[in-house]
Design a protein. Structure first.
Length: 180
């Protein structure tokens, strides 16, 4: 008569189930950590390049700042908050250079920062650059095509009109179409 295996003790199947439960919990935890790292990678890189650009501008190294802005540009819309912080109306001298470096049609993700700058900044040159960049990004014309001869204020009136048109367009339709 063949021998039969002795029955397994009652605690044995439960121990195996607990081992699988821990395995799956650790596997899920590892997947969650990996997913969180993947989601945070681009914003962390953008923050790093923002810091490098700011430091380079502060020490007067415009070439290194341009390289850092190129790296920010390569990150695309993930760099939006970092570029927004670089463009804050804080009277930093390099804001116009940031706009000139990044103010291209394909960088539509910069529009919220440009509108905020046009709305709140007091430096006319920076406002002019931000409205001009917003024109190319939006495909709209905000500057008056011509100023009537003898108009009071001349260029300043044209800039105020362009700023008003940009803000009106942003509030009417731009914010819905171009928000990240």
């Amino acid at each position: 008569m063949p021998e039969t295996a002795p029955p397994a003790p009652e605690g044995e199947p439960r121990r195996q189930e607990r081992g699988l439960l821990w395995f799956y919990l650790l596997l899920g935890l590892a997947a969650a950590v990996f997913a969180a790292g993947a989601l945070a990678w681009r914003p962390l890189r953008a923050s790093q390049w923002e810091g490098r650009a700011r430091a380079a501008y502060e020490r007067g190294d415009v070439k290194a700042a341009g390289d850092a802005l190129d790296a920010l540009d390569a990150l695309g819309p993930a760099a939006g908050p970092a570029v927004g912080r670089l463009l804050e109306p804080n009277r930093a001298w390099y804001r116009g250079q940031v706009i000139q470096q990044l103010g291209r049609k394909e960088n539509r993700w910069m529009l919220p920062a440009l509108v905020r700058l046009a709305r709140h900044d007091t430096d006319a040159a920076v406002v002019r650059l931000s409205v001009s960049a917003a024109e190319s990004m939006s495909g709209r014309i905000f500057f008056p095509l011509s100023t009537p001869p003898g108009a009071a204020g001349g260029a300043a009136a044209g800039l105020d009109e362009a700023r008003r048109r940009l803000i009106d367009w942003w509030e009417a339709e731009g914010s819905r179409r171009h928000r990240p």
